[in-house]
Design a protein around this ligand. Structure first.
Ligand code: ADP
Ligand code: GN1
Ligand code: MG
Length: 351
């Protein structure tokens, strides 16, 4: 058992502590105490999050804001206080935090039906709406240039030039794919510079497995993984959800013929997301949602490719070419979205 699990104000004494979940960034454990109470213990990835105090300040203030609107620990991620006070602890292994486990919930890797995906859209749309009155200036930027797509392109170019592990020759097709799409990278940043899009408080990592649904009713409960809540674009939150959840296959599917963007799932998500937050968005923000999907997918593919070239130092991998496989699914989705852009726009207009 991890020593850290005894350092928080749990109900009862921890009796088990096992690795849990499929996140790519933090090290997550399920802790169960002798009273049968469940908790999530996480070792915060300090390579990714350099300023842990700033990160935890964000999560603590955002969850307080959400709790003031919805005072229910199943509906708002809840921090468990360390015995020493504050919001996290540091020991010889690193930085740790604990959350209340969202009871009677499920967390999906794939939607089992369009209704599941609709529920996740309601959760992220409502999250967006609830944070519309939150003071963005009070938040720390936990990862600089997180969704700055042109910057991600430059990082990729640098990784190709350095080619530290001599891997560039194994992914020339993927490299070419990115070089052909350099121009689209600045689509959102240009609109932002022109003042046509608005910076809001957004989640920035809206994967389906970052939302909990009620295990019986499949209704949305709670948005989790709040590490990247910071100023961002609504279209990016929308887009990252489509990237992961509207795909017909897993993020690391090797058979690319199985990987496509489902218009049916796209429609379910659009309906749920806009139902919850369209009143908070301007027309231009709504118009750019389909491009948000394409660009978040392309950006994520470039990030996987960059990490592959740099020697897998960012995303957790389970096999040597895991990041390359992930990158390929993203680029397959980008191509599919390029073909379906007209349909995606029509669906968006409908809602
Ligand atoms: P990462 O940043 O590594 O993705 P997450 O915070 O998303 O870490 O946690 C990883 C997984 O742990 C989630 O996908 C989910 O399955 C589970 N999890 C995290 N927090 C909770 C919670 N409060 N209640 C239940 N499950 C949780
Ligand atoms: C990471 O932490 P997790 O697994 O929810 C990453 C996202 C990527 C995603 C790709 C902080 O999300 O940006 O889109 O992997 N999170 C961070 O699956 O980099
Ligand atoms: Mg996560």
């Amino acid at each position: 058992m991890k020593n850290a699990c005894f350092e928080f104000k749990t109900h009862g004494t921890p009796v088990s502590c096992e690795r849990y979940g499929n996140g790519h960034i933090n090290e997550t454990y399920l802790v169960i105490t002798d009273t049968g109470t469940w908790y999530i213990l996480q070792k915060i990835n300090h390579n990714v999050f350099k300023d842990v105090a700033g990160l935890m300040h964000n999560i603590s203030s955002v969850t307080k804001h959400l709790y003031s609107q919805t005072p229910d620990p199943r509906r708002v991620l809840t921090i468990v206080e360390p015995k020493s006070g504050g919001t996290y602890i540091q020991d010889s292994e690193g930085y740790w935090r604990m959350y209340v486990f969202v009871t009677d919930s499920i967390c999906l890797e794939r939607p089992e039906s369009p209704k599941d995906f609709f529920s996740s859209a309601v959760a992220f749309g409502a999250f967006q709406n609830q944070l519309s009155g939150f003071d963005a200036a009070s938040l720390n930027e936990t990862i600089k240039d997180f969704h700055n797509t042109p910057r991600r392109f430059l990082n990729l170019k640098k990784a190709i030039e350095e080619d530290k592990l001599g891997r560039a020759k194994t992914c020339q097709r993927e490299i070419d794919f990115c070089m052909q799409r350099e121009e689209i990278c600045s689509f959102m940043t240009d609109l932002l510079d022109k003042g046509e899009l608005k910076l809001r408080v957004t989640h920035n990592d809206t994967k389906l497995n970052n939302v909990m649904l009620d295990s019986k009713t499949r209704e949305p409960l709670c948005v989790i993984d709040l590490d990247t809540v910071m100023p961002g674009l609504a279209a990016n939150d929308f887009g990252d959800s489509i990237r992961f959840g509207a795909s017909t296959a897993k993020e690391d599917e090797e058979d690319l013929s199985k990987v496509n963007m489902s218009l049916e799932l796209y429609e379910s998500y659009t309906k749920g997301f806009l139902q919850e937050c369209k009143q908070a968005l301007n027309e231009r923000e709504i118009e750019t949602l389909p491009m948000g999907a394409l660009l978040m997918t392309h950006e994520c593919g470039m990030r996987f490719l960059t990490d592959y070239l740099e020697g897998d130092t960012y995303f957790r991998i389970h096999r040597p070419d895991h990041n390359l496989i992930r990158c390929r699914t993203q680029f397959k989705l980008v191509e599919d979205m390029e073909h379906k852009m007209g349909d995606m726009q029509k669906i968006t207009e409908k809602y």
